[in-house]
Design a protein around this ligand. Structure first.
Ligand code: DOR
Ligand code: ZN
Length: 344
């Protein structure tokens, strides 16, 4: 196949940051996707409806002229989130989900949830009004091996949570293991998952290829090959529980290339192209449109997009870095090639 025409996709998990950094990265997403679920882990985090609406207005103001891109906002769950705040968010029409960061699990998660039971009043209201909970599914217990944190989270947090709140709609974000795939498959229809392009394309060897590779470091961390293969099978299965969430997470170059480099892989510059590569490797390009353009919209109870995008099978070289506010960021595949190209 030399050309691929898809219903315009949506990105159901995206970090846009704020200010001039957001202005630099937003066009990459707006060129490819009609909508994106925008993560709330700013500093300070987006914990209230008013903050989320103000953030949304800043994103809309930063869009390239003529862009119809729609940011779908989220709230950052804390132990103090009230049921009233959930109601306000739900009634706003602009806030589509609430994000659970276990405190300390990842970038800007310090204000996250220390004990999920502290958030139960808010979660009960979410269950009542159908607001999805987006879960960063990793335990933070330092005694747990970093490669096991997702699997242990399923046992310690996810299973009890779904037992206590059986109707709560949950998206297990950026799943990285066979365990998570199995869990989602065996859970009821209102439990779904996003899968990133980088977890489909790389296993954990990519972090250590010839030396330490900070631009392949994200959380949840890349896993071993058998897990990558399980994610691929889920993504191409046609099962509507699985959909696209890039987790594109830009950081300044110097903050990644450091003695304590931060977690996050920037993929927005080639997001749908990288997914096309992953699906092509699996001989399943015919399954990309459902995964990228239909399943997420259906899960979020939003209309499917009507516009189209065209991808051409053509290799192009990714720049070694790109502007990020006053700084630079290093995108995935920097200086290397991507095998598909978006054509306007
Ligand atoms: O790698 C990651 N980067 N994982 C996350 O969960 C957060 C994200 C970020 O915000 O940089
Ligand atoms: Zn994320």
């Amino acid at each position: 196949m030399q050309q691929l025409i898809l219903t315009r996709p949506d990105d159901w998990h995206l970090h846009l940051r704020d200010g001039t950094m957001m202005q630099s990265v937003l066009p990459d997403t707006a060129r490819r996707f009609a909508r994106a679920i925008v993560m709330p882990n700013l500093r300070p985090p987006v914990t209230g409806t008013e903050q989320a609406l103000a953030y949304r207005a800043r994103i809309l103001a930063a869009l390239p002229a003529g862009s119809k891109f729609e940011p779908l906002m989220t709230l950052y769950l804390t132990g103090n989130t009230t049921p009233q705040e959930i109601q306000r968010a739900s009634q706003s029409g602009a806030i589509h989900a609430v994000k659970l960061y276990p405190a300390g699990a990842t970038t800007n998660s310090d204000a996250g949830v220390t004990d999920i039971r502290k958030a139960y009043a808010a979660l009960e209201e979410m269950q009542r009004c159908g607001m999805p909970l987006l879960v960063h599914g990793e335990v933070t217990d330092p005694a747990v091996d970093v490669f096991d944190r997702e699997a242990v989270f399923i046992e310690r947090v996810m299973i009890p949570l779904l037992r206590d709140l059986p109707q709560l709609r949950v998206v297990f974000e950026h799943i990285t293991t066979r365990d998570a795939v199995q869990f989602v498959l065996s859970a009821p229809a209102h439990i779904a998952a996003t899968i990133t392009a980088h977890h489909l394309l790389y296993n954990r060897n990519a972090m250590f290829a010839g030396g330490l590779r900070p631009h392949h470091y994200c959380l949840p961390v890349l896993k071993r090959e058998a897990h990558r293969e399980a994610l691929g099978r889920a993504a191409i299965s046609g099962n509507p529980k699985f959909f696209l969430g890039s987790d594109s997470a830009p950081h300044e170059q110097r903050l990644k290339e450091s003695a304590c480099g931060c977690a996050g892989i920037y993929t927005a510059h080639a997001a749908i192209e990288l997914y096309a590569e992953a699906f092509e490797q699996l001989n399943a390009l015919d399954k990309l449109e459902g995964f990228a353009s239909f399943h997420g919209a259906d899960y979020y109870r939003l209309p499917r997009n009507t516009g189209k995008i065209t991808l051409r099978k053509e290799s192009w070289q990714v720049p070694v870095s790109q502007p990020f506010g006053e700084h630079r960021l290093v995108p995935l595949r920097a200086g290397e090639n991507v095998g598909w190209k978006i054509v306007d």
